[in-house]
Ligand binder design. Structure first.
Ligand code: SF4
Length: 255
């Protein structure tokens, strides 16, 4: 009898090539051209100065995902995977006006939840996860969102990034959730280079001064979303232009 061919093993997951390219990876992590030098790392004084400027420009930065309590924040972040905040808000604003606790979500049920979020990508799977995480919150946490990384990451659809966002925004913890924008900014500027979001997070944990950690996540995400954008960064209006190490940057704001 002929034996079935064994399917080839999947290669280990890495950040997509397109993302790495858009990230404007600093030369230190690229195959180096002969004689190429890695950029000078940021000094502590430069990091302090960058965050001082972010704080002056926006002392109390806020996230852009609509929510009314820690539970709706958790649901919104789960729904935001591979979707825009604006797209998620459009669906969740009317939803959260009616459904703002895990118990109410279970009463709503998976079918009606699916219908409410059908404009969001991957909505079928996300609806399944939201119902199951709501069930677990009721059964295991008294209907409350736990202020605990391990407990959060044990919920369906919740990974390290989602846990970091919830811990930071709902509970004021100094966590830094690395999304595509922060991954790009960390690498492109040379502030916190890394091959994976986790490496960038660890690099930021190391370099960001304590007084700025609480809001670092929002400052960097907003900087990446509105200024240091993927395709054509707006270097001419960038607050940290003089500090940025990206060789492709253009001239900064005129003093
Ligand atoms: S100078 Fe340009 S590339 Fe550097 S952080 Fe600012 S916007 Fe981004």
């Amino acid at each position: 009898m002929a034996r079935k061919a064994t399917p080839p093993k999947k290669p280990p997951r890495r950040a997509p090539a397109a993302e790495l390219t858009r990230a404007g990876r600093i030369p230190a992590r690229r195959p180096k051209a002969p004689g190429a030098r890695p950029p000078r790392p940021w000094s502590a004084a430069e990091v302090e100065e960058a965050f001082r400027r972010f704080r002056v420009a926006d002392p109390e930065p806020k996230g852009e995902l609509a929510h009314v309590n820690p539970y709706t924040l958790l649901v919104a972040v789960v729904l935001s995977a591979q979707a825009t905040d604006a797209g998620v808000n459009k669906a969740t604003r009317p939803l959260f006006a009616q459904v703002d606790t895990p118990a109410k979500m279970l009463t709503l049920g998976e079918e009606r939840l699916r219908d409410a979020i059908k404009t969001i990508g991957l909505y079928r799977n996300k609806a399944k996860n939201v119902i199951e995480l709501s069930r677990r919150l009721v059964a295991e946490h008294g209907g409350e969102v736990p202020r605990d990384r391990a407990a959060l990451e044990a919920l369906p659809g919740v990974g390290r990034k989602t846990a970091n966002v919830v811990l930071n925004i709902a509970f004021g913890e100094p966590t830094i959730a690395v999304d595509t924008h922060i991954f790009r900014v960390g690498n492109r500027t040379g502030l916190a280079p890394g091959l994976t979001p986790f490496e960038v997070e660890m690099a930021l944990e190391t370099v960001v001064p304590e007084p700025y950690k609480r809001h670092a996540h929002h400052w960097l995400i907003l900087h990446g979303r509105y200024t240091c954008i993927a395709r054509k960064p707006l270097c001419e209006r960038c607050l940290i232009n003089d500090l940025c190490r990206w060789p492709g940057k253009s001239a900064g704001p005129t003093p």
